[in-house]
Design a binder for this molecule. Structure first.
Ligand SMILES: Cc1cc2nc3c(=O)[nH]c(=O)nc-3n(C[C@H](O)[C@H](O)[C@H](O)COP(=O)(O)O)c2cc1C
Length: 399
């Protein structure tokens, strides 16, 4: 069998592979976008462009990170604003990049004031420069909402519909609406965008957060001269939120989707595709590890598709969706029970005992260094299998 195809279509957009750079620091300049295209990214969403009249003044520092003991990233916060480069810079760069890389998809992310005419003018500007598509940033959760834009628009379906409808009137290129997860239910905003004739939805933008407080100084993080503000959470920690949002939209609406949030390995991308996305966008992982990660992502996804016998990305798309439903519909017949799969690897650390005693069903005990699971007491919740550091405890089917 020939190698599976990584080519994919997202609505009207055709991509060489499903990997795009999301709008953010990795797309803050034309040179970075060119660098990414050389490495194999199929597309890029430029850092959000605003009208020259909109003042963009960043603070320093503007990031905070939550890392594990090996300094691997768990979650990332930013309070960065939008592109500080002006319209003239971006129109020249868009035209030049498209000239050099006609086979890559270059998307212009835009944000204007709540005045529809401003959105239309900016949309015309980037479209005339040669952008392949326009992504409406109605989802930035920090800084911009206090000025009545960003997530302040995305949190109100009627405003999402209004901005989308206004830009649709002038946009001849495909129109993407980037949604905010900072809502109780994503569907009303998604529906409003689709009704206003968005071609594609992308999700998620960052999740509003406060990274932490320095207990020595009592300064919130990131500390800007001692103070902070609520920022946008991204990186591995937000993947479950992104997957939930993307699958929820895919189950309810017939609209092409770009999945975003916490993607750093090919497996993350494959999960988003199985949850209904046609392509994915990546930001934080590129900031952390460099744009070269696309090579491993392309190779890994290709190998996975081949191993599974999938002809291409399209064959994986949405494959998990029929298995996501209501709680009531879940089986009560298929019961699992805790078991020690390879007891010789057990170090008798006792974490399973403590977890099952204080957070479970008193089914695990330890005596003389020997761990015992009482099947009659085990409720099948699975907690012990997660706290076991050696992966010794597994959940096995039982009658
Ligand atoms: C430092 C930083 C700056 C960002 N700037 C923008 C932006 O200008 N426009 C935008 O639509 N999204 C912006 N984002 C959001 C990302 O495009 C993306 O939606 C989010 O970070 C989740 O993806 P990730 O986990 O791969 O980073 C930014 C994210 C980060 C971390």
């Amino acid at each position: 069998m020939s190698d599976p195809s990584l080519e994919t279509t997202v609505g009207p957009l055709a991509l060489k592979n499903p990997f795009l750079l999301a709008s953010g620091p990795p797309t803050a300049s034309g040179e970075q976008i060119r660098h990414a295209f050389r490495l194999g990214w199929a597309g890029a969403v430029a850092k959000t462009i605003t009208p020259d009249t909109m003042e963009i003044q960043d603070v320093s520092p503007r990031f905070a990170a939550w890392k594990d003991e090996k300094a691997e990233l768990l979650g990332f916060e930013n309070i960065e604003l939008l592109s500080r480069k002006d319209e003239a810079y971006w129109t020249a760069e868009i035209a030049a990049i498209k000239r050099d890389y006609p086979d890559r998809v270059l998307i212009a992310s835009i944000m204007a004031s709540s005045e529809p005419g401003e959105w239309q003018d900016l949309a015309r500007t980037v479209q005339d420069a040669g952008a392949d598509a326009i992504e409406l940033n109605v989802s930035c959760p920090h800084g911009m909402p206090e000025r009545g834009v960003g997530a302040a628009i995305g949190q109100h379906p009627d405003l999402v519909g209004g901005v989308t409808r206004a830009v649709r009137k002038v946009a001849a290129v495909p129109l993407i609406v980037k949604l905010t997860p900072n809502v109780t239910d994503i569907l009303p905003a998604a529906e409003a965008a689709v009704q206003a004739r968005a071609d594609i939805l992308s999700a998620i933008n960052t999740v509003q957060c406060l990274m932490g407080i320095d207990l020595e100084t009592l300064e919130p993080r990131p500390s800007v001269a001692g103070s902070s503000t609520y920022g946008g959470y991204s990186g591995p920690a937000v993947k479950p939120i992104g997957l939930k949002v993307v699958s929820q939209i895919a189950r309810e609406l017939q609209v092409p989707l770009m999945g975003i949030g916490g993607i750093s390995r090919w497996q993350d991308a494959a999960e988003y595709i199985a949850a209904g996305a046609s392509a994915v966008q990546v930001c934080t992982a590129v900031m952390w590890e460099g744009a070269g990660i696309v090579r491993g992502m392309n190779a890994g996804l290709s190998g996975y598709l081949a191993g599974k016998g999938f002809s291409g990305v399209g064959a994986l798309r949405g494959r998990a969706l029929p298995r996501i439903g209501t709680h009531a519909a879940l089986s009560r017949e298929d019961r699992r029970f805790a078991a020690r799969e390879s007891p010789e690897r057990c170090t008798s650390c006792g974490r399973c005992v403590t977890a099952c005693r204080d957070g479970g069903y008193h089914a695990i005990s330890i005596a003389g260094g020997e761990v015992t699971i009482e099947r009659e007491r085990c409720d099948g919740c699975g907690l012990c299998s997660y706290v076991c550091p050696g992966g010794v405890i597994v959940m096995l089917p039982g009658a």
